[in-house]
Design a protein around this ligand. Structure first.
Ligand SMILES: [Fe+2]
Length: 202
């Protein structure tokens, strides 16, 4: 398959996922139900790796990238492609909303923390392609994520219960537990067209 930053694949799987999440957040569901149903939608999205536009898969040599793929017009959810260069990692951070993390390429490690001085690591898990993790203020919201691979990029697809790029969140100093507010923003200034299907002659 010809690839390059101008390669535009058939994005139908992304459009299907958007529709499913819009349907889920439009119902009166509790958070556990949203996470369970959203997990299935994300598992289906990452079950194949032929739909992510290349410009949302480009690593940066200095820092992980977060490319917005779609944001709900009512900001009830957003879908983001996280691209990790070799060994790149986040600081310890929270989310302030529910989130689902599914590995599309490579592998990543999530280390969960509870607030303390120093911060206390309580769980470390490795996620391979196809695996989905969940975060929220209810199920555990503070973690550090890193690329499990030190010789290649990894990509994970994230779904959050809000427009995650504008939500005020916290990063934590690992030694003191002191927190600072941050707003992550996004790395991209152009978006994929989720409804771009490949033309067919019949
Ligand atoms: Fe996170």
């Amino acid at each position: 398959m010809k690839r390059g930053t101008n390669f535009h694949p058939d994005t139908t799987p992304l459009a299907r996922c958007i529709a499913r999440i819009a349907d889920i957040v439009g119902q009166e569901l509790d958070e556990a139900e949203i996470l369970e149903m959203g997990k299935k939608a994300l598992q289906d999205l990452i079950a194949r790796d032929d739909w992510l536009p290349e410009f949302c898969a480009v690593p940066d040599p200095n820092m992980y990238r977060q490319y917005l793929l779609y944001c709900d017009p009512l900001e009830r959810f957003s879908i983001v492609s996280f691209v990790w260069g070799p060994s790149q990692r986040t600081p310890i951070h929270d989310h302030s909303t529910w989130g689902l993390v599914g590995v599309l390429r490579g592998a990543e490690i999530s280390e969960r923390y509870v607030v303390g001085s120093p911060m206390k690591s309580v769980q470390t898990e490795r996620f391979e392609v196809g695996a989905v993790d969940a975060v929220s203020p209810t199920v555990g919201d503070i973690h550090l994520v890193r690329n499990a691979l030190n010789d290649q990029s990894s990509i994970s697809i994230h779904i959050y219960g809000g427009n995650i790029g504008v939500i005020e969140r916290r990063v934590f100093d690992p030694d003191t537990g002191h927190s600072k507010k941050f707003v992550s923003g996004y790395s991209n200034d152009r978006l994929p067209n989720p409804w771009r299907t490949v033309a067919k002659l019949t």
